[in-house]
Design a protein around this ligand. Structure first.
Ligand SMILES: NC(=O)c1ccc[n+]([C@@H]2O[C@H](COP(=O)([O-])OP(=O)(O)OC[C@H]3O[C@@H](n4cnc5c(N)ncnc54)[C@H](OP(=O)(O)O)[C@@H]3O)[C@@H](O)[C@H]2O)c1
Length: 334
């Protein structure tokens, strides 16, 4: 059984990874919880036992087999190679390593075979929009060949971690009681009663950093470096779960019924039927590991096109569950 370290254990994703290891009966010989000096000494419980959070240091990785890391990218850039050098395999949630050609970027339902080669002993967990998107695109691609993908997102506050949620909650309390909404602390504007299209850094090409991540990572996960993809990312006043409006143009004919059949069989997907009054909503996806898909309809403006709507819990399938699923695959291969 592996010796495990959870890095960023006090954050929104790290906290959930701790819960998921128990939920999924992940085998553990020993476990340690690491975070910044600010959190050193805090108590967390795991399988009925109390553990003290330790400050992150290179020596902390001695004897560790699997690291599940969820820190800012700068911290991962410094510490993931140190953990790898100490002999651990790192599953990293930050964006630090995702586009490194020597680091597999993995969604187990889509490209688990990429785990065959891990030259840096680091595996990257993709962006929380790209994960559910590729879970849905992969079976559709096998059916009719992707030609172009256009996405608009409706992303929840928790995408900005524990600080985002606290910011949203403070704004919500003030708004609900008629007090002035406090200035944003984590989001880049007022989120309550509003939507924010620039909640991320703007890159030189006019896209946000988040939009560029979704484009580049979708291509890498699907191993389609030339795929035409364009994305608009938007933050909406929702606590948990990201929604995506997805328009797909295909190379070959595809009917709504064919798409429904293939998605109904695909792993990790819950297909909902609007004809029965079912439409995926963030409240359905919160706390679940599947991607919820619905509103599948023809795009009548092109020869072979579909529109669909998907929702997934950004903290679970978009981050923690996908990381734990990767770690489970690593154990199967060990
Ligand atoms: N939230 C999402 O939906 C989501 C989805 C996919 C990927 N991610 C990525 O996952 C990572 C974590 O996100 P999150 O939402 O969990 O963020 P978060 O709630 O802000 O948590 C960040 C964690 O990193 C730790 N940390 C910060 N600075 C550190 C340092 N200098 N040394 C050691 N530990 C440090 C924090 O420890 P302290 O508590 O001690 O500060 C905390 O445990 C980020 O890279 C994020 O982009 C997030």
């Amino acid at each position: 059984m592996p010796h495990v370290a959870i890095v960023g254990a006090t954050g929104a994703v790290g906290d959930l990874i701790r819960q998921l290891l128990s939920e999924r009966n992940f085998p553990v010989d020993s476990i340690k919880f690491l975070a910044s000096d600010r959190s050193a000494g805090k108590e967390v419980s795991f399988r009925g036992e109390k553990h003290r959070v330790q400050p992150i240091r290179a020596e902390a990785f001695d004897g560790v087999d699997i690291v599940l890391s969820s820190t800012p990218s700068s911290v991962s850039r410094e510490f993931s190679p140190l953990a790898a050098r100490a002999g651990a395999t790192v599953v990293d949630n930050s964006s630090a390593w995702r586009m490194d050609p020597e680091v597999p970027l993995v969604v187990p339902e889509v490209n688990a075979d990429a785990l065959r080669s891990i030259p840096k002993r680091i595996v990257a967990n993709p962006n929380c929009v790209a994960i559910p998107l590729t879970v849905v695109l992969k079976p559709l691609h096998e059916l009719a060949g992707l030609k172009r993908v256009v996405v608009a997102t409706y992303q929840s506050s928790s995408g900005k971690g524990a600080k985002g949620l606290l910011d949203f909650q403070n704004q919500l309390l003030a708004y609900a009681s008629g007090r002035p909404v406090p200035p944003p602390q984590a989001h880049r504007g007022q989120l309550v009663g509003n939507v924010i299209t620039l909640d991320w850094t703007l890159d030189p090409n006019g896209y946000t950093e988040e939009e560029n991540k979704v484009i580049n990572e979708t291509r890498k996960i699907l191993a389609m470096p030339e795929l035409a993809v364009t994305v608009t990312c938007v933050r909406v006043p929702v606590r948990v779960s990201h929604s995506e409006a997805v328009n797909v143009e295909f190379a070959r004919p595809i009917s709504v019924e064919q798409a429904r059949d293939v998605l109904a069989q695909a792993p990790g997907i819950v297909l909902m039927d609007e004809r029965k009054g079912e439409v995926p909503q963030p409240i359905h996806a919160e706390g679940r590991d599947e991607v919820f898909v619905g509103r599948i309809r023809r795009d009548e403006s092109v020869a072979h096109g579909l529109n669909l709507w998907l929702v997934a819990d950004n903290l679970r399938k978009g981050a923690a569950s996908n990381a734990v699923q990767i770690a489970e695959r690593l154990l199967e291969r060990a």
